[in-house]
Design a protein around this ligand. Structure first.
Ligand SMILES: [Zn+2]
Ligand SMILES: [Zn+2]
Length: 612
């Protein structure tokens, strides 16, 4: 991959080595505009425009129009993607995916339909990724394969590290990855984009302030207002106040927890709970968490070490992300405090904390394997403690309960969110969302990142804080807002929807294929094979009937009755001069109505007619 990780600053020699957001010592002397969370204009760069020249109030071009087009993220918490288009330039903000729900059997992933981006690829000046969660990055490999151009991708160091890993898995080469830091400004076509730090459940999260000749938009990205964050990076109030001063014509903000009243607790609360539980545990402690939640992983490691335990990391993505985060300086644990899963034998149980994947009950994850006794190196024993340090994503509740029950059966002491504060959300609750609204003071507001109910709740909060109701837009994917010097209004929408990734195929799985899979799993399958001599109007030989997954389908009496019904129906149809089409239909209908009567099932039925 022709990585340009450091190019936004180091290719021009201004800064030799990009460091993490918290190690700016060598830069501090050179840069006067230090904010709590990073820098403004921290290197001279052709991508950047000095702040004085940026567009501010009264400098809009009356002929320009900014189109804001959400392509994903407004019907679910997932597959976030928004396009901004102005004066022939296009910027894409996030490119996420969604994991399938129960109604999508066999589907691996769900992507937003990005046809609009492909159709306007010649205008695409950059892709901005707010943070490393898959609902913001996951579509990138597919999009880059489809886009026949080397569009620059801007993100912070950890986000790029995670993206790089995904692209390598998909064998996407030559991606143009450009590292940015919070506080930095980048020019993309007619747009000037400011990145600002936000606090979220992954390090390196940013929001963007986008200035265009038609007006200014602020997208918060996923955020919360944690004032005691694990890594010291808070949401950058100073930057927000400054953008508010310049003027925010439209704000897009995270609606995930808009229905939760009050404030989301600090991540630090989880650390306290973990330390307490580990301190009291007698046997081994197994903790399942999201593999991207580096702050949580840090707290698990700290709590383990404080209690004289060493950490074992298991689960593919947990191992992978631990490596990336340690290499990039986001996760601090010394080598001697980490032990390999193969070294577990011989280490006393009360000296071990196992950090693993599987907080969502995923059947192939480390925790599920441990619970089912299928893990290669880790066996659970009576008296061990298991902590599920996450909330099940809607749709995963049953799977999580199943795993917890298996663990409890073995005699493990299981903690989840309902028993102790072993998880807090990474998204702002209602009071924090109101603070964001009152600080930014947007002229117009569009809630994003949520299902319709979340978006509505967030719209209501905006109204409470004084955004005029006519300037609040609850949109759907593919809708469009048009911003000009005159104001903002709804414009003409674009193609949108979802694309299923199923095994190796992208977009070939239609809703009708999914309907068929649902029918197969719920109703079973029946196949009828028969030969008919239409010239002499008679059926040849015996009808062959195969039934699978039908209650009583293995009952000889039901099979006999079905054959009798089929033979009679075909005979009557032939007597009435029916052709092949009619015979097929009558066979299918006769079988289905009999099975419905006897079993209350309507299996997927295939009739194979041989015309002799
Ligand atoms: Zn996120
Ligand atoms: Zn998200």
């Amino acid at each position: 991959m022709a990585k340009e990780h450091n190019s936004a600053s180091s290719q021009h020699g201004a800064v030799k080595k990009q460091t993490s957001a918290f190690k700016h010592v060598e830069l501090e002397r050179e840069r006067p505009h230090l904010t709590r969370n990073g820098f403004e204009n921290n290197a001279s760069d052709e991508h950047r425009t000095p702040r004085r020249r940026s567009i501010s109030k009264g400098q809009k071009n009356p002929a320009s129009k900014l189109r804001i087009i959400p392509l994903g993220g407004l019907d679910a918490i997932g597959k976030n993607m928004t396009a901004f288009e102005c004066d022939g330039d296009l910027i894409l903000d996030d490119a996420g995916l969604m994991f399938p729900e129960d109604g999508h059997p066999g589907v691996d992933l769900v992507l937003p339909d990005y046809t609009y981006v492909l159709e306007n690829a010649d205008k695409l000046r950059g892709i901005v990724i707010t943070h490393g969660h898959e609902d913001h990055t996951g579509t990138l490999p597919y999009l880059l394969k489809d886009l026949d151009c080397d569009v620059p991708i801007y993100a912070t160091k950890l986000t790029l590290g995670l993206i790089e890993c995904k692209l390598a898995e998909h064998k996407v080469k030559n991606a143009k990855l450009i590292e940015i830091q919070p506080g930095q400004q980048v020019k993309m076509g007619c747009f000037t984009v400011d990145f600002f730090a936000v606090n979220h459940s992954i390090p390196g999260a940013v929001g963007i302030f986008l200035q265009s000749p038609a007006g200014n938009v602020l997208h918060t990205g996923d955020f919360k207002l944690d004032q005691t964050p694990i890594d010291g990076v808070t949401t950058d109030f100073t930057a927000l106040a400054r953008f508010s001063d310049i003027g925010v014509d439209l704000m897009l903000s995270d609606s995930t927890n808009a229905m939760n009243p009050r404030f989301t607790p600090s991540e630090a609360e989880v650390g306290k709970a973990l330390k307490q539980i580990i301190g009291q545990a007698k046997g081994r402690v197994i903790i399942a968490a999201f593999a991207s939640h580096i702050h949580r992983m840090q707290q698990i490691c700290d709590a383990a070490i404080e209690n004289g335990r060493k950490v074992v990391v298991t689960g593919r993505s947990m191992i992978q992300n631990t490596d990336i985060a340690r290499k990039l300086g986001y996760l601090n644990i010394e080598d001697h405090n980490l032990i390999d899963a193969y070294e577990l034998r011989g280490t006393p149980a009360d000296e071990i904390v196992i950090m693993c994947t599987g907080s969502q009950g995923e059947p192939l994850s480390a925790l599920a394997r441990i619970a089912n006794g299928e893990h290669r190196t880790i066996e659970i024993e009576e008296g061990d403690t298991v902590i599920v340090s996450a909330t099940p994503v809607p749709g995963n509740e049953k799977a999580v309960t199943r795993v917890i029950n298996s663990l409890a059966k073995i005699g493990a002491d299981v903690y989840d969110k309902s028993r102790a504060q072993v998880h807090v959300s990474g998204h702002a609750s209602a009071e924090e969302l109101k603070i964001m609204l009152t600080m930014v003071k947007p002229k117009a507001f569009m809630p994003v990142h949520g299902e319709a109910t979340h978006l509505r709740a967030h719209a209501h909060l905006a109204e409470l804080t004084g955004v005029p109701p006519e300037n609040i837009f609850v949109m759907e994917n593919g809708d469009c807002l048009e911003l000009t010097a005159e104001g903002i209004e709804r414009g003409e929408g674009v193609q949108s929807g979802i694309v299923f990734v199923d095994g190796l195929s992208v977009g070939d799985t239609s809703q009708s294929v999914l309907d068929e899979r649902n029918t197969l799993s719920a109703q079973g399958f029946a196949a009828v094979a028969l030969a008919v001599d239409f010239k002499n109007r008679r059926q040849l030989g015996e009808i062959q009937l195969t039934m699978r997954g039908i209650t009583g389908g293995d009952d000889a009496y039901l099979a006999e009755e079905a054959l009798y019904t089929l033979t009679g129906a075909v005979k009557r149809c032939l007597a009435k001069d029916g052709g092949p089409r009619e015979v097929r239909k009558i066979a299918r209908d006769a079988l289905l109505s009999l099975l419905w009567e006897r079993t209350k099932q309507r299996p997927m039925t295939v009739v194979n007619l041989i015309e002799a």
